[in-house]
Ligand binder design. Structure first.
Ligand code: TYD
Length: 203
């Protein structure tokens, strides 16, 4: 028996943490064994990633530290899947393509490299391809209002940056059929219903 792998993506404040936890509870109530996880992960590499948020680091270091965390995290995900569990990850490979793809767009374009394609390719070598990815799509203007209520903003939480991140997400969604775009500017119960419908279609 092999479990299915579900990932949640979207810009900061899109609601994926809330919705992914609710999906985990619903699937558990239906008798599935669920492993809910997140990136940055909870191991020491994930802690290093969180530490790097407040440091001045090269954008390449930022990319590779997220990748290093993912490579280790993927081993754990594969283990849970082969034990028959449904794995739900709050952020995974597409976060790097969208966020670090935006950060590295200019320096890589100068070298004739498309940052989104480059990171997607790199991801493919280390990941377990998700069976389905729910992209909770929302405008940064709305999502930042939600995030502002939580206190100080991180370096990722700037409107012009998040516009680019969102555009990258929508671009990846065109290239990957596993990605389902969900309108996240709706009440949580509506978002949850759409997400569950998409998951039920592949179950
Ligand atoms: P987030 O899900 O917002 O976690 P928290 O609630 O702990 O802030 O993720 C943290 C930030 O990390 C978010 O702004 C997006 C960023 N991020 C990347 O830039 N690249 C990645 O590969 C991942 C996994 C996250």
């Amino acid at each position: 028996m092999r479990g299915i792998f579900i990932t949640f993506e979207g810009i900061d404040g899109c609601g994926k943490s809330t919705v992914s936890k609710q999906v985990a509870s619903i699937l558990q109530e239906r008798g599935k064994e669920v492993y809910h996880t997140l990136e940055p992960s909870e191991n020491w590499l994930g802690q290093a990633v969180r530490r790097s948020y407040t440091e001045e680091i090269s954008p390449y270091t930022e990319l590779f530290i997220f990748m290093a965390d993912r490579a280790t995290h993927t081993e754990r995900i594969k283990k849970e899947l082969s034990a028959g569990k449904t794995v739900i990850s709050d952020r995974y490979c597409d976060s790097s393509t969208a966020y670090q793809g935006a950060l590295l767009h200019e320096p890589l374009a100068e070298q004739g490299i498309d940052s989104v394609e480059w990171i997607m390719k790199m991801n493919k070598t280390i990941i377990r391809e998700p069976d389905i990815t729910l992209l909770l799509d929302i405008s940064p203007e709305i999502s930042l209002k939600r995030v502002e209520g939580r206190g100080e903003l991180s370096k990722f939480e700037k409107q012009d940056y998040l516009e680019k991140v969102r555009a990258n997400y929508l671009r990846i969604a065109k290239a990957e059929s596993r990605i389902k775009i969900i309108d996240a500017d709706q009440p949580v119960d509506k978002v949850l219903a759409e997400v569950m419908k998409a998951i039920e279609e592949i179950l």
